[in-house]
Design a protein around this ligand. Sequence first.
Ligand SMILES: Cc1cc2nc3c(=O)[nH]c(=O)nc-3n(C[C@H](O)[C@H](O)[C@H](O)COP(=O)(O)OP(=O)(O)OC[C@H]3O[C@@H](n4cnc5c(N)ncnc54)[C@H](O)[C@@H]3O)c2cc1C
Length: 413
Amino acid sequence: MPTDKPTFAIVGAGLAGAKAAETLREDGFDGRLVLLGAEPERPYERPPLSKDYLRGEAERDQAYVHDAAYYAEHEIELRVDEDVARLDPPQRELTLRSGERLGYDRLLLSTGAEPRRLSVPGAELEGVHLLRTFGDSDALRARLDAGGSLVVIGAGWIGCEVAASARQRGVEVTLIAPEAVPLERVLGGEVGAIYRDIHADHGVELLLEAGVASIEGAGRVERVRTQDGRAIDCDAAVVGIGAAPRDMLAAAAGLAVEDGVLVDGRLETSVPGIFAAGDVANQLHPSLGRLRVEHWDNALQQGPAAARSMLGSTESYARLPYFFSDQYDVGMEYSGYAADWDRVVLRGDHAAREFIAFWLRDGRVLAGMNVNVWDVAETIQALIAGGQQVDERRLADPGAPLTELLAEVPGNR
Ligand SMILES: Cc1cc2nc3c(=O)[nH]c(=O)nc-3n(C[C@H](O)[C@H](O)[C@H](O)COP(=O)(O)OP(=O)(O)OC[C@H]3O[C@@H](n4cnc5c(N)ncnc54)[C@H](O)[C@@H]3O)c2cc1C
């Protein structure tokens, strides 16, 4: 039946897309709402895929964003296994892989990111795993169930979490990475060294400042060879060398793209009426400048923010980046964004793995990470947002309540 109600389409049925659809309905959008996803699954959250789900300690059902009935109940046309092949902004039309066309009035791109592949001989051998989807996690979990030895290539968050989960399952792990310490790019040398020691204490063999030359085996992976000639025998390998934004659809349609789909403060792209959120969006953040964030919280919050913009809100998305990671019995939350700092201040007992690290520039806190210390993330975020110089001695003193430091920030008195 023809209707004069608008159609809103969402391409990418991950966390950002699902939360955007939820917000559109909650905020009263009563037009046609189509949520298209290339995966065969309804939207799910990825953090468990390298943690408890990978270790067989959590059920699949716990990872879904909504229960199966939710979409029909809210008149959200969820179409899984539907890859959008083309976007035609002047016609306001999507073309699906099947050839079907779908017109829209407003569009959200929430196509996420995909794991970078290693470009060395043998990278495509059987037994070399990437980790992004349920299917990837299932395949790796089956390997961990079988025991044996695993080489993890890359010491970013996913590499470190997989190494931890594999050790927790009793698998032998060698971690190979070009950096001097794990997580060096985000945490720097001093705090990265704490994570290096955590992994070493749990029996991970760390080959740092090492590159991979090739992956070798007859049909399937048998060993990983480093650039300096070491050969590490293994039953499987995991490549965790970062992710790239899935911005091809937008780029091919002529939208402005540079390390993700460029969006303004309201998450609108260079084409009015088309928005982007989550891992794929490179936002002009009101206080941090251009930023593309690959974190769960960003997808959780930006999806709804983009939905509100689609409905006409003029508010900018101003939230500070936030993420978490769990490795062994070490849980952490990181707030803020520090690309370039001049001081790291540690507060607490890092040998006991109970501390807060702060990254500062010119005496101002850019980012903070609480490790096995809880209920402080909001205070840390307020310290960062305050943007004032702090007393470093007191910041380092666990006896000086963080809330008192916060009270010294003008505006919080
Ligand atoms: C293993 C793993 C562990 C993680 N752990 C943490 C963690 O501990 N803490 C944290 O903060 N973050 C974590 N993250 C990051 C977090 O999961 C991501 O930031 C989040 O999933 C981003 O959500 P998204 O909706 O933007 O994209 P995605 O989750 O990638 O979803 C995008 C969806 O769009 C679909 N799509 C793409 N192109 C098309 C197309 N053309 N047509 C139709 N559909 C399309 C994709 O198939 C995908 O399903 C982890 C990520 C992974 C992979």
